[in-house]
Design a protein around this ligand. Sequence first.
Ligand code: AP5
Length: 214
Amino acid sequence: MRIILLGAPGAGKGTQAQFLMSKYGIPQISTGDMLRAAIKAGTELGLAAKQVMDAGQLVSDDIIIGLVKERIAQPDCSKGFLLDGFPRTIPQADAMKDKGIVIDHVIEFDVPDEVIVERMSGRRVHPASGRVYHVRYNPAKEDGKDDVTGEELVIRPDDVEETVRKRLAIYHEQTEPLVGYYRAEADAGNTRYHHINGTKAVDVVTSELVALLD
Ligand code: AP5
């Protein structure tokens, strides 16, 4: 099962990825999490990516395509994977297609910008695992603590409203064209395309995803 989760920043991709990973036993490949891990490790890539990410811009296609190719070649991806945050540009999608990687499902999470801006202000994350919470809509069992490890949750530096609005503008300009791209791929019989109303409650979205994928 090879799945792409497509949608604006904050549309709920990472939240649903956590569930889909455990249900279908496939790894989540989050380019955002990979870049944040590189920043934490202080690698050359991390140093270069940090400024770009904090400003809400996209990291260059070459770097991202290299990262994903390497990750997909790992043995745990042999039965499938869940792409979260990739592809984000047409060249990224083309690179995957050129490599002959067939995608079974593309799932678009549709959420209006204003809902996203409001959501991001309450997002809390557990950096080590990528688990995502929301202070109101998806709260941790104990306030400010990860459910599994009990470690502190943090606010992402790019979740300030000004940066969120920049990320949304970039989404509409560079990533949203992938909606048409993958609809055309589905029309050609190369994948299946699903549109999900991402404004529904987390568990409702989860049930709809299961119905689609099962
Ligand atoms: P990345 O980490 O991928 O961020 P993003 O796509 O901007 O997406 P998010 O993780 O912010 O949102 P999400 O859709 O996963 O939402 P979530 O589930 O957390 O990328 C960060 C940066 O890295 C980019 O800006 C770029 O610089 C760089 N980068 C990454 N990939 C790249 C690429 N391919 N090319 C170039 N650059 C790249 O949910 C958000 C909040 O809402 C949470 O608090 C959650 O609890 C809550 N929530 C979720 N679902 C619901 C619901 N149904 N109802 C109410 N609340 C909900």
